[in-house]
Design a binder for this molecule. Structure first.
Ligand SMILES: [Zn+2]
Length: 303
């Protein structure tokens, strides 16, 4: 009699536990939609990284920016694009992905609210110290992937510092050459333009507000206009034009983003031409080339 009574109690307790477990599943944070991604260090446990280190010593550090991207793309565009690109690469190549900062060097966009900028020294220190941590854990091949042009010089500095002062080898993955898609050859299609909007339509679709797209009114600095008016100009002159754009206020060049575009977008194309398909095809080209290179690099160092 006593045993039957205890059995009934334990069945009742189990039922309560099962019900409370299913209730708690419904009660989890409704804003968290991420699924665990293979090889993505923030989703992994230390034990999984330890296991991964038995077959790979390669890690990718994606960087980008928190800066204005017009009215239709999020401030995190460059960082999300870089992180998502690296995640996709890491599904096909034996490499882990370790983002560390969302902000980059964006002084020239500071007129637009929400933009953040680090100084070059801070940014480079964060990247170098991250590499040092990863090297301590056994990673020997460090790659950087960059989603924001303003970070390029600093990443080159960090790559050089790793190669000069540590046992690891560093590589700037953006140096992989990929022929751009024919359809994307708009004369000027840089910031938040057709190319970048298409990329985000593919990589982070729910964050793109196509109904907010607005083609910009562009005002180039005088020297840039002059160079642009020369039909057969040399590549060097194009470099001189670039040097006179996207410069912070302190330069006195009147070439901040706000000086050059009314809404933050820099394109002479039509934003309505942006498509998921364009974004996917251009990204697939880069991912394919990156995966090929990573496999080649791994093969030459395998015993
Ligand atoms: Zn961007």
């Amino acid at each position: 009699m006593k045993t039957r009574y205890l059995n009934t109690i334990s069945i009742a307790i189990m039922a309560v536990l099962i019900i409370s477990a299913s209730v708690s599943a419904q009660d989890t944070n409704p804003l968290f939609h991420e699924k665990k991604v293979k090889n993505f260090i923030p989703h992994m446990t230390w034990y999984e990284v330890e296991q991964a280190l038995k077959h790979t010593d390669m890690v990718l550090i994606p960087v980008g920016s928190i800066e204005q991207h017009g009215k239709h793309l999020p401030l995190g565009t460059d960082s999300y694009a870089s992180i998502e690109t690296c995640k996709l690469i890491s599904q096909e190549a034996d490499v882990l992905v370790c983002p560390v900062t969302l902000a980059g060097l964006s002084e020239h966009h500071m007129d637009f609210p929400g933009t953040l900028t680090l100084t070059a020294g801070t940014f480079e220190a964060v990247l170098f110290e991250t590499a040092q941590c990863l090297i301590r854990h056994g990673f020997k091949k460090i790659m950087f992937h960059n989603g924001h042009g303003g970070n390029t010089v600093s990443i080159n500095n960090v790559v050089r510092k790793i190669n000069q002062y540590t046992k690891a080898t560093a590589f700037f993955l953006n140096n992989i050459n990929v022929i751009p898609l024919q359809e994307l050859r708009i004369p000027y299609d840089w910031h938040a333009g057709v190319g970048e909007t298409s990329l985000m339509l593919y990589l982070t679709n729910p964050l793109v507000q196509m109904e907010m797209t607005e083609n910009p009114e562009l005002t180039f600095p005088e020297i840039v206009e002059k160079i642009n008016s020369i039909e057969k100009r040399s590549g060097y002159l194009n470099t001189i034009a670039s040097a006179n754009m996207f410069a912070p206020k302190v330069s006195g060049k009147n070439a901040t983003t706000k000086d050059m575009t009314n809404n933050g977008v820099m394109t002479t194309g039509d934003l309505k031409d942006s498509t998921i398909d364009l974004g996917k095809r251009s990204r697939d080209r880069f991912i394919k080339a990156a995966v090929k290179f990573i496999k080649e690099w791994k093969a030459v160092t395998e015993k």
